[in-house]
Design a protein. Structure first.
Length: 77
């Protein structure tokens, strides 16, 4: 849905819990090599409640650089 432009907002919660390990996947399941092609977001709102932080991001639907497409880099063209 993200690559089709159907997502306008991302809500994240940061809580003080650590888990995972050496082989734990990233949020997308791929290595950090995808970062230059990742979807850009703008912080819209931030709230802190006790030890948790609630973030709301607006999805920027236009590519950061003209040569970048909306294609996910680990997919074949």
């Amino acid at each position: 849905m993200l690559e089709q432009g159907l997502v306008d907002q991302l809500n994240l919660t940061i809580a003080p819990f650590l888990f995972g390990g050496k082989n734990a996947p990233t949020l997308t399941g791929v290595s950090f090599d995808f970062l230059p092609h990742s979807v850009r977001c703008s912080l819209k709102e931030m709230r802190v409640v006790d030890d948790e932080c609630f973030l709301t991001y607006r999805i920027n639907h236009s590519p950061r650089h003209p040569e970048q497409s909306r294609r996910i880099p680990w997919e074949s063209p």
